[in-house]
Design a protein around this ligand. Structure first.
Ligand code: ASP
Length: 328
């Protein structure tokens, strides 16, 4: 009699999104319908790869997820790892995937990977990519080489780092990229090949408060400063600006930000979708040299949406004074 190889335990959760959606005649379009068990049933081979723990944590379009729901996801995932799961796989909507992955990555303290995926085509469309992405996510999650890489996003057989990945197309089947950085790795015939190492910093402490808010506003041509000046009064505790080009704003915005920066942390990122903010190139009012002299932080390569998540988590544990060490 041959000894049977013991399968590892893998925990899979779903939160909703197109990967879970099917036509709903009443709604006139697709809506979340497939829970975790139904998504897993579309890929029968998963049962031969691991002992599966399945959970439907939500059935929501991903724009309706929240920081609080992510803290529940974190608690569930932590429990699974502590109970012996070797990795976590999560399916969710692609619309906010770049944000949820980064949020979880910043607080994930384990070597065991969290692999997140979704789909661009619903279960009612030909070419539904949910099952292939789920299979790829499980293959990545079970690979020894994925350990110590934090939260990973797997879409279209590419593996992306949570800190770099962005959804760069609204409806295209290949909508995920890590601009200026590239994917961390790729799947080849079911095996993951990594091209880059990833530098991880220690996990941030879990929030000890969650009622604070960080605003994100975009600089645009001929914009007035009324919204900017209202930010403090409205009770926001941090402000992120998606700035022009290399992290620039107009003269009037620079003056307004100069008034706000002594009261709350302000980060200026680039709205371009790729590349870093500058630190020492432009000398005009509203350029990065002027903004830094006013106490404003430049985002470096972190995109505006991820800056907001970072600042929210730092404020949540009273660590906002450490912001500069995260912006490279
Ligand atoms: N279009 C989205 C998706 O790809 C919907 C969502 O994010 O929930 O999943």
């Amino acid at each position: 009699m041959t000894a049977q190889k013991k399968l590892p335990t893998l925990a899979i959760a779903s939160l909703g999104g197109t990967v879970s959606m099917k036509n709903d005649a009443l709604a006139g379009g697709v809506k979340p319908a497939l829970g975790c068990g139904m998504q897993v049933a579309q890929v029968p081979e998963l049962r031969n790869m691991a002992l599966l723990v399945l959970e439907t944590l939500a059935l929501l379009p991903s724009a309706s997820l929240s920081f609080l729901s992510l803290l529940d996801v974190f608690a569930w995932a932590k429990t699974q790892i502590e109970a012996g799961a070797v990795a976590i796989v999560m399916t969710q909507g692609t619309d906010s995937l770049e944000e949820t992955a980064y949020f979880l990555d910043l607080i994930w303290p384990f070597d065991a990977p969290v692999v997140m995926t979704g789909a661009m085509r619903s279960a009612s469309q030909p070419g539904h990519d949910g099952p292939a992405n789920l299979l790829a996510a499980v293959q990545v999650a079970l690979a020894g080489d994925s350990r110590g890489r934090g939260v990973l996003v797997v879409m279209g057989d590419q593996v992306h780092a949570a800190s770099q990945v962005r959804k760069t197309a609204s409806l295209s089947a290949s909508a995920f990229e890590s601009p200026g950085y590239g994917p961390l790795g790729m799947l080849i015939e079911g095996s993951v090949l990594y091209h880059h190492a990833i530098k991880r910093t220690e996990a941030l402490p879990l929030p000890f408060r969650t009622d604070h808010r960080v605003a994100l506003l975009e600089s645009c041509l001929s914009a007035d400063v009324d919204l900017l000046l209202a930010v403090k009064e409205l009770g926001y505790e941090g402000l992120v600006i998606a700035g022009f080009g290399a992290g620039h704003v107009s003269e009037s915005w620079s003056t307004a930000l100069g008034r706000i920066a002594p009261m709350l942390p302000v980060i200026v990122a680039t709205r371009t979708g790729s590349g870093s903010t500058a630190r020492a190139s432009y000398g005009f009012v509203g350029g990065e040299i002027d903004l830094q002299a006013k106490g404003i932080h430049m985002a470096g390569r972190l995109c505006p949406r991820k800056c907001r998540i970072l600042l929210w988590l730092l404020c949540a544990s009273n660590n906002q004074h450490r912001i500069e060490s995260w912006l490279t």
